[in-house]
Design a binder for this molecule. Structure first.
Ligand SMILES: [Zn+2]
Ligand SMILES: [Zn+2]
Length: 138
């Protein structure tokens, strides 16, 4: 199977292509994802970094924690990726920037400790108070 997954930012300046299968799919309630997106929660698809290629403009980087680099479109502000420099093998992409986000529903809901009281948890997902990876911060 050699399906190509594509996506990009709101204005279309940044586009990406993924040639591999997702490794994980999460819905994150952490404070940092919320601030970075301006939304009550943020869905992610994790890919092998080597499977992702940006076409057109490169996204702009912002280091949101000592070991977290987030990127966004410099023109329209769409949040695009999350990566830990200590784990360069994986790259998380914001699910809703995919051209077909319905095909990539989250299976895990993470950082429920930070969830806003008025935001509802999804009982259909596997739930974690913090990261689904032990000892990882947001
Ligand atoms: Zn843009
Ligand atoms: Zn998060």
């Amino acid at each position: 199977m050699n399906k190509i997954i594509e996506g990009g930012c709101l204005c279309g300046a940044v586009r990406y292509r993924v040639t591999g299968e997702p490794l994980a799919r999460t819905l994150c309630h952490c404070r940092t994802c919320r601030r970075a997106s301006g939304a009550p929660s943020l869905a992610w698809v994790v890919f092998r970094a080597g499977d992702v290629a940006f076409v057109g403009a490169q996204p702009t980087q912002f280091r949101s924690s000592p070991d977290v680099i987030r990127t966004f479109c410099a023109r329209c502000g769409t949040p695009l990726t999350y990566q830990r420099p200590s784990k360069p093998g994986t790259l998380d992409i914001t699910t809703v920037t995919l051209d077909h986000p319905e095909d990539f529903p989250p299976t895990k809901e993470i950082w429920l400790e930070h969830k806003l009281a008025w935001e509802r948890a999804n009982d259909a997902l596997e739930q974690f108070p913090r990261s689904s990876v032990p000892t990882q911060d947001d």
